[in-house]
Design a binder for this molecule. Structure first.
Ligand SMILES: Nc1nc2c(ncn2[C@@H]2O[C@H](COP(=O)(O)OP(=O)(O)OP(=O)(O)O)[C@@H](O)[C@H]2O)c(=O)[nH]1
Ligand SMILES: [Mg+2]
Length: 683
């Protein structure tokens, strides 16, 4: 009863999302009905629309500092208090996607774990994780060697632990028909690595596959949860060797909503720079900051304002404060409220009492309700639902509706062609083969033009990115020179690459904007081509005002720009990590610049080496796929239009092929014939 009430409240947070999904379900039903009565030539595009509706799965990524309570919060969000491992010891090592009420669950699968393939695994070791790579560039040879050897040891112990199993699982995946905690623990968390050397089967197997697991997909079906939402738990962004940084950034790229979890008692002092970089890299309206663990504050209400102010100031300094919402709460309170048993830790209880002065802690129902409300989870649910619906949700509906309108327009045009023919108004001199040849020819030309434009855009983007780097190198070298003049050849020096990131981001987004325009131009050319052919060859006029173009991809800022560069880490960061961090034995040291003459060359080379992969990534992994997507949409539109022409001609020929064959050639008066034959087809 008590639990039921909380559960109901838990589900209410998703109300807006559930309303959205029932709208989508209605749309799907309507499209299915339409499919049953549709003309053969539109079956394929309708099928495509149905596939898209069925596989729509917006996602939300939960990111943040190590131990901020991400996994605990994700458990609370889905209402499964004990699903993901969350503890003082085991830390999340794998991107874990929770698919809620998914229609794309592979058969007999509730949990799917993918492993690195041999290539990825080798690369991990060869570069010694990102940290080793950066240490090399920054000139910390000895430290880089140390990181590399640690990674090698990790590799050897993993391979030894898994023994003969290793070769068979690398590059493969493991699927399980049921979700159970023990299984999950084997893949997605590290326990204490030293406990893992005991071999498979001995003692606890927690984390036994963690090193080589790249991602996990868990499927959860439960009433009241939205159908088709994906929530992703991620490893802490300050992950030891940064080996998984790129994987995390890729996950965020796919999510239009990003929940950044901060720990309340750290939020005031430091907002991790890695997190700030990520916030910079994604759109402000896509980020929600969740200040977690407020149950550990003595006076949550009183400290909220201070924390909020401090975060706002930091964001403002970066020019970021506009739309970012800040929520406060405690995953711990939420999970307490959602489970039937257990008691609150005394400190956490005291903090809740302070927050809710009139609360009767002797009343278990009231206590759990208060804990749930104060946990911030209901508010986070509502905010996530709102962002998902207003962002990807609305865009998706618009997109689908445009596609449906296009299909309807084509169907109606073909339908009414029969009337035109019966009235003797269509010209039927051209054969099917001839018409299709002409259509194909013209559409080919449109694609050639598009491809040429795309190549030009890519070259332009490349040039702009390289120029941005040049500008940055100049300013960095200049700053370094004045530092040396002032402080000599040793010391701690930093040059913030934020400006470089901004320039690259602007360059990329503006190239994407142009790409969209090229897409528009191609749609127009396809339509012009088809209209001309219909008018000139068939005497059919179609009102262009009734024709919608397909929606194009929404381009978002590339999160790869948030990747840590050694430029981000100079000076104090290196010092800190060598002193206290992962490598243990190493002692802190300042950068040595060497003779001033060599400085310029050294830093030029370093910046160029560091940023070349970024430029390559932006072009190859972001811009090229964006071009491919636009090209696919244009091709799809062209193909539909060409099938439309074919269907139209077929319809005109129905029951009247002999007549058409006998019809005299119109000779030189085709223009006059066109004019008289011109008819509006679509409603
Ligand atoms: N008091 C309190 N403890 C919390 C809260 N959220 C999480 N914890 C505890 O903090 C520890 C870490 O929680 P996790 O959920 O594993 O944190 P995480 O961010 O997923 O950690 P990593 O995956 O290692 O980065 C666990 O012992 C949790 O019980 C909270 O809101 N309040
Ligand atoms: Mg975790």
């Amino acid at each position: 009863m008590m639990k039921g009430n909380i559960r109901q409240k838990h589900r209410e947070g998703f109300a807006e999302l559930n309303r959205y999904w029932s709208r989508l379900a209605d749309l799907e039903k309507a499209v299915e009905d339409f499919y049953d009565f549709s003309l053969a030539f539109v079956e394929e595009p309708i099928g495509r629309v149905l596939d898209r509706i069925r596989s729509f799965e917006p996602s939300v990524s939960v990111i943040g500092q190590i131990k901020a309570g991400k996994s605990t919060l994700v458990n609370a969000l889905v209402g499964e208090t004990d699903l993901l491992p969350s503890d003082v010891n085991p830390w999340t090592s794998v991107i874990t996607a929770l698919h809620l009420n998914s229609r794309h669950r592979p058969k007999d699968t509730r949990a799917l774990f993918r492993f690195f393939d041999q290539d990825e695994w080798d690369r991990l070791v060869a570069t010694g994780g990102r940290l080793g790579e950066m240490a090399t560039r920054a000139g910390f040879e000895q430290e880089a060697e140390e990181v590399r050897s640690q990674v090698t040891r990790m590799r050897q112990s993993t391979e030894a632990r898994l023994g003969s199993q290793f070769a068979s699982i690398i590059g493969s995946n493991h699927a399980y028909p049921v979700l159970d905690k023990e299984t999950i623990n084997r893949y997605i968390c590290y326990g204490d690595p030293s406990e893992l050397t005991t071999g498979l089967g001995a003692g606890s197997n927690d984390g036994v596959f963690a090193d080589i697991t790249k991602s996990a997909d868990l499927y959860i079906d439960a009433e009241g949860l939205p159908s088709g939402l994906c929530i992703r738990d991620t490893p802490g962004v300050n992950d030891t060797f940064m080996m998984r940084e790129q994987i995390t950034l890729n996950a965020i790229q796919d999510s239009r909503v990003c929940v950044v979890v901060l720990s309340a008692h750290q939020a005031l002092s430091t907002m991790d720079v890695a997190i700030l970089r990520i916030i910079c890299a994604v759109e402000a309206r896509e980020v929600v900051i969740f200040v977690n663990r407020i149950d550990e504050l003595d006076d949550p209400e009183g400290e909220k304002e201070k924390i909020r102010e401090s975060i706002r100031r930091t964001l403002l300094r970066l020019g970021l404060d506009q739309d970012i919402s800040i929520l406060f709460g405690s995953g711990y309170w939420a999970n307490f409220a959602l489970s039937d048993e257990g008691q609150l830790m005394p400190r956490s209880l005291a903090s809740l009492q302070r927050l809710c002065p009139g609360l009767d802690v002797g009343d278990p129902v009231a206590l759990r309700e208060a804990a749930f409300e104060a946990s911030g989870v209901p508010a986070l649910h509502r905010m996530v639902a709102e962002r998902v619906v207003e962002g990807p949700g609305v865009a998706f509906l618009k997109d689908i509706e445009a596609e449906i309108r296009l299909i309807i327009e084509m169907s109606e045009a073909v339908d009414s062609a029969a009337r035109l023919r019966d009235a003797g108004m269509a010209v039927l001199t051209i054969s099917q083969a001839e018409l299709m040849m002409k259509v194909a020819d013209s559409l080919q030309k449109v694609m050639v033009t598009f491809d040429a434009a795309a190549v030009e855009l890519r070259a332009g983007l490349h040039e702009r990115l390289t120029r941005a780097r040049e500008t940055f190198v100049e300013s960095a070298v200049e700053a370094l020179q004045s530092h040396i003049q002032a402080f000599g050849e040793t010391g701690s020096w930093e040059h913030d690459p934020t400006g470089l990131r901004m320039m690259m981001r602007t360059a990329y987004l503006s190239a994407c904007g142009r790409l969209r325009r090229e897409g528009e131009i191609s749609f127009e050319s396809v339509l012009d081509t088809v209209q001309d052919l219909l008018q000139n060859e068939l005497g059919v006029y179609r009102n262009p005002a009734t024709i919608d173009f397909p929606e194009q991809q929404q381009h978002t800022a590339p999160t790869v720009l948030a990747r840590t560069l050694s430029l981000d880490l100079q000076g104090s960061w290196w010092q800190r990590i060598w002193e206290t961090g992962v490598t243990g034995r190493l002692t802190g040291r300042f950068l040595r610049f060497g003779s001033a003459k060599k400085v310029e060359k050294k830093y030029r080379t370093m910046i160029i080496e560091e940023t070349q992969p970024l430029i390559d990534n932006l072009l190859t992994d972001f811009f090229d796929p964006a071009v491919a997507v636009t090209r696919e949409i244009v091709t799809g539109f062209a193909l539909d239009q060409s099938q439309f022409c074919e269907a139209l001609l077929e319809r005109l020929h129905e029951d009247a092929p002999a007549q058409a064959a006998k019809a005299p050639a119109p000779g030189g008066d085709s223009t006059a014939a066109d004019l008289t034959m011109a008819r509006r087809l679509s409603a």
